[in-house]
Design a protein around this ligand. Structure first.
Ligand code: NDP
Length: 252
């Protein structure tokens, strides 16, 4: 697959840790130029340094997923410095489970704002270059990161799962819009992946469930999802892997 990712121009959101960081490293190793997005500037800068030290091309954009004008400005800078973005990994997300009776409305709003509205802002910021890249005859990919939670039912995860269901349905509908323009839209739905995501959950019942599953079976690594994303984006132009569920073998 390496030749098909060479010289691609990629945006990876949520790249300061976990799946996004692993994906940025993977794409850069395969020859793509990567623009990495997240809030933690120090983490992005050390990622960029390590990619550049390995001979790759990368640039950091410390932008909050809520910052519409910051995202638009980053898109302008990328167009000037790298060229036409042809691969967008729409990955930034937060998981803050809690029962509704705890009234954690701020956490719920945060999940909707980052996981849903933030993802929509990224599509808005990069849809034009994706269409332009496809019109020039090359591959163009939007890879949205959802979750098995889009389909599952888990106590205390109602809002998180609703945001992921939105991501999955957004992707399917976007494909109807962008597929005819030769822009592929894929949604990747991971099961449990060992990242920082779970560490932000303060709800005791959710933490206990996570700790139990961690003991029960081996979770996926962020690299496993990076590998899936690289595969999806590296396929021949006429193949769109539309929805990919990747789970630990023992997660049922
Ligand atoms: P991490 O917590 O390691 O990564 C989340 C990323 O999102 C970080 O880079 C974080 O950067 C970024 N982010 C969070 N809030 C914002 C914000 N307001 N603005 C910009 N960036 C933000 O978790 P994962 O790697 O696991 O998560 C990546 C995606 O994978 C998420 O969408 C998650 O829902 C999904 N997923 C994860 C699973 C798992 O088991 N780990 C399973 C299924 C799906 P920063 O804090 O620096 O802004």
């Amino acid at each position: 697959q390496s030749s098909s990712l060479k010289d691609r121009i990629a945006v990876v959101t949520g790249a300061s840790s976990g799946i996004g960081e692993a994906t940025a490293r993977r794409l850069a190793r395969e020859g793509a130029a990567v623009a990495v997005f997240a809030r933690r500037k120090d983490r992005l800068e050390s990622l960029v340094k390590s990619i550049r030290d390995g001979g790759g091309r990368a640039q950091a954009f410390a932008v909050d997923a809520k910052d519409r004008s910051g995202l638009a400005e980053a898109a302008r800078v990328i167009a000037g410095e790298f060229g036409v973005v042809d691969l967008v990994v729409n990955n930034a997300g937060v998981m803050l489970p809690a029962p509704f009776e705890d009234h954690r409305l701020g956490d719920f709003e945060q999940m909707i704002d980052v996981n849903v509205t933030g993802a929509v802002r990224i599509v808005d910021a990069f849809v034009d270059p994706l269409i332009a890249a496809a019109a020039k005859g090359g591959r163009a990919d939007l890879v949205n990161i959802s979750s098995v939670g889009a389909h599952g039912v888990y106590a205390n995860f109602a809002v998180y799962c609703a945001t992921k269901a939105a991501m999955t349905h957004l992707s399917r509908n976007l494909r109807a819009e962008l597929g005819p323009k030769q822009v592929r839209v894929a949604v990747v739905e991971p099961g449990l992946v060992d990242t920082e995501l779970q560490s932000h959950a303060t709800d005791a019942a959710a933490q206990e469930w996570l700790a139990q599953t961690r003991k029960a079976f081996a979770w996926l690594a962020a690299d496993d999802i990076a590998e899936t994303i690289a595969y999806v984006a590296g396929l021949p132009r006429h193949i769109n892997l539309e929805r990919i569920t990747v789970v630990p073998t023992q997660q049922v």
